[in-house]
Design a protein around this ligand. Structure first.
Ligand code: ADP
Ligand code: ZN
Ligand code: ZN
Length: 755
């Protein structure tokens, strides 16, 4: 027998199948990881077996596989298929795609399995006479320790670890050795799993489902193989309970499930909820696990000891045999797109995996991506809806405050009079408030403080970004550049502002507003440590503070009953981020943050949460419709706009990036590539097809022009979405593959951001 395999070396030169002979004594199957001699020096290299074949003749000498790396196949058949698809669609090596399926620690045998010494009552032992022999004639113990251990093990009726016995009976080791010698107990050693869970949890069971929940669960349970659902449910409508019920069915049917949540909401709160329902069959996968824990959780899943995984995006690759369900909670989160090679999109991968395995896919959100909702409209997903909150808790009451009038009225504070009053009242009543400030990364834009005028691109209808270094405003989509004007073109005011507000500033002003207020701040500065994000949330849940101030981190999955007020200090920061998705993201963020207010029943009485949104753009649809909780209206307007202006999903962006030490070199390289890219796309299509397909090609400095002393220039290619798009994309990829210019960083399709 022969095996065709991919060596575990991430280099496109060796990214093809190599054939090795399988020695008689080895049991090698598809999906095994094996060790093989590779290259001229016959260096030992790990490899993935993808195919077996009976015959092989090319005249070349075939080398032998040395051994298998694990006794079991590390890759399931559907994972291998999925990897092939990923390599093709996301344009990476098969080796890189296969690596996604395995914990890094498995490769290179970097983590050992953890074994423990255990003992149990010797098999076939006559317990009564053995016990008698441990006693003196008068019935007292010869050695109290030996007797105690013997009795413990008899009662336990199973093996116990030596370290556990030492905890019960201090200094048990010598007594254990004697008992083994006497033949009363025998030693075993077995492999154990390091658990990422610190404490066990009480089990619970499902509450009586509401009619809407029942309808959703029934639809999911009656699915066709590979069918996908979009569960659109307002915040607090009981989506998680729907997942839990559908997973229960999957488990009852002998299968397993994958639950994906955004990394940031993978708190013990979330995982415990699943463990309460399903116990030890729940495994977790996220970046805060130790190497050993990650490896063990993966193995628990692979060996069937756990059948439900809850994890961040990479858990979509978890090794679950007989996968019945994949759930993506908060499916709108940008973190579901991988930023490192391969740059996959989690929902696309999940759709594929569901098709390969016949599993069902459920995408859940209170604010589905425009693309997802459109797919549901077009029938690719079945739409399930939960339009009401559980327990009749009303949606929060949202007020919009126009910060321009505050400014004109002489209020220079970050708090409007309205929000300031509400925070004071909230704190006085012993309730809690969250103040949210959306400052994701690089979001400076030019804006008039008097009339709110925002400088936007005349060609693209997106805000231009202020470039401080040369005093210009630039459009990141078409490269249009304008000088920063001295006065507002709309009202003539000279109060033009180019920066945002920071969380520290909010904290300072809050302390002035309410002396002695206890507040916590959560942003990238305060959450550096491994657990600090969780520590802050825990402290806030324990009511150790009245107010939590934070960036978008506070927006997600947080369910704190004491919170009755949410203040959005400044809503526009994300609105005019120069990205066509900025209004979608703003709508999502505002809706999610607003959902944090008043989710609980307080002292038997339903408390309606209050939300105040401060903005310079009170009439912007993202703000206005989020305040009205009107997703449907927002969706309609947004889709119309995207269609009119040809933005995704109706168009595709490709970006080529050059990063060079010399600015001139980067700029020239980008200019050259722009011409090549245009040629490649038009060359791959017929004349009129190409004309419809290629919307524009531009080149210029990337929004972050210089990083780490390197200059970054980008080429943006915008393609219309037609039936020829994939041809054009393929042409760009083959151009990129053969493009050996210094500083070239490849081509990305629809990158998450264009920074
Ligand atoms: P979502 O995931 O949509 O935010 P959850 O599933 O977390 O909503 O539900 C919100 C709250 O309502 C949770 O505290 C949950 O335990 C509770 N809940 C959900 N479904 C029911 C139900 N059918 N009966 C009673 N309580 C429920
Ligand atoms: Zn433009
Ligand atoms: Zn103005």
């Amino acid at each position: 027998m022969f095996a065709k395999l991919i060596v575990d070396i991430a280099n496109s030169n060796v990214d093809r199948l190599f054939t090795y002979r399988i020695p008689e004594e080895l049991d090698v199957r598809e999906g095994h990881r094996v060790l093989v001699p590779f290259g001229r020096g016959n260096k030992p290299v790990e490899a993935f077996v993808l195919e077996l074949c009976e015959e092989y003749d090319t005249g070349f000498q075939v080398k032998d596989i040395v051994r298998t790396m694990e006794p079991y196949t590390a890759l399931l058949p559907d994972q291998t298929e999925l990897a092939r698809w990923i390599a093709k669609v996301y344009h990476c090596t098969l080796c890189d795609a296969l690596r996604l399926m395995l914990p890094a620690q498995l490769r290179g045998s970097r983590v050992r399995e953890k074994t423990v010494r255990t003992v149990c009552i010797a098999e076939g032992l006559d317990k009564a006479s053995a016990r008698a022999s441990l006693l003196k004639k008068d019935g007292s113990a010869r050695s109290p320790k030996q007797l105690e251990i013997f009795d413990l093990l008899s009662r336990a009726d199973m093996a116990m670890s030596v370290s556990d016995l030492n905890a019960y009976v201090p200094g048990a080791s010598a007594a254990i050795a004697t008992l083994i010698k006497k033949g009363c107990i025998t030693e075993q050693g077995f492999v154990t799993f390091r658990s990422p869970f610190s404490a066990s949890v009480e089990r619970d069971s499902s509450p009586e489902l509401t009619e809407a929940q029942k309808t959703a669960v029934d639809a999911i349970n009656a699915r066709k193989p590979g069918e996908a659902f979009l569960l659109y449910g307002v915040t607090g409508s009981g989506k998680t309970e729907v997942y839990l019920n559908a997973i229960q069915k999957a488990l009852d049917d002998g299968g397993g499930a994958i639950v994906l949540v955004p990394e940031i909401s993978l708190t013990p709160q979330t995982t415990d909820r699943f463990r309460r329902r399903f116990g030890d069959t729940v495994a977790v996968m996220h970046s805060h696990l130790s190497a050993g824990e990650r490896y063990d959780e993966w193995r628990r899943l692979r060996l069937g000891k756990a059948r439900v995984v809850i994890g961040a995006r990479s858990a979509v690759f978890a090794p679950i045999e007989d996968l019945k369900l994949i759930i993506i909670d908060e499916e709108h989160e940008p973190s579901y797109r991988s930023e490192s090679n391969p740059e996959y999109t989690t929902d696309e991968v999940a759709i594929r995996r569901a098709r390969l395995t016949g599993a069902g896919l459920v995408l859940g959100s209170a604010t589905p991506k425009i693309v997802s909702f459109l797919r549901a409209r077009q029938g690719a997903y079945k739409l399930l809806e939960l339009r009401e909150r559980i327990n009749g808790i009303p949606m929060p009451d949202v007020e919009i405050v126009d910060m321009r009038s505050e400014f004109m009225a002489g209020n220079n504070s970050v708090f409007s009079r309205n929000l300031a009053e509400k925070i004071k009242a909230c704190v006085t009543h012993g309730e809690q408030a969250i103040l949210f400030l959306n400052r994701r990364g690089y979001s400076y834009h030019g804006e008039c403080r008097a009339c709110g005028f925002v400088f936007s691109c005349p060609h693209c209808d997106v805000a231009m970004t202020y470039h401080k270094f040369d005093g210009t405003l630039r459009c990141h989509y078409c490269g249009y550049t304008a000088r920063v004007p001295g006065v507002c073109p709309s009202c003539g005011s000279k109060y033009i502002k180019y920066s945002g507000i920071g969380t520290q500033q909010v904290e300072e002003q809050l302390k002035k507003l309410i002396p002695g207020v206890k507040c916590l701040r959560m942003d990238t500065d305060t959450t550096v440590g491994k657990t600090s994000h969780r520590d802050i949330l825990d402290a806030f849940s324990r009511r150790e503070a009245d107010v939590l101030i934070g960036t978008q981190m506070v927006a997600k999955g947080l369910d704190i009953p004491g919170v009755t007020l949410v203040g959005v200090v400044f809503a526009d920061a994300s609105l005019f981020h120069s990205d066509y998705r900025s209004s979608e993201r703003t709508f999502q963020l505002l809706t999610q943050v607003a959902g944090r207010a008043g989710r609980a029943v307080k002292e038997g009485e339903v408390k309606r949460g209050k939300v105040v949104i401060q903005t310079n753009a009170p009439n912007h649809r993202a703000v206005r419709l989020a305040a009205l909780h009107d997703y449907d209206a927002f969706f309609e307007l947004e889709v119309k706009d995207r269609l009119r202006t040809l933005f995704p999903p109706f168009a595709v962006f490709a970006r080529g990036l050059f990063v060079c030490r010399s600015e001139k070199q980067a700029a020239e390289a980008a200019e050259l590539f722009a011409a090549e890219a245009e040629k490649a796309v038009t060359g791959s299509l017929k004349g009129d097809e190409a004309e419809k397909e290629l919307l524009f090609v531009s080149h210029g400095p990337a929004p972050i022009r210089k990083r780490d002393d390197l200059y970054r220039y980008a080429v943006i290619i915008k393609l219309a979405r037609t039936k020829h798009t994939s041809k054009a994309v393929t042409a760009l990829w083959s151009l990129a593959d053969s493009y050996n210019v210094e500083g070239f960083r490849g081509v990305e399709i629809n990158p998450n951001d264009l920074l």
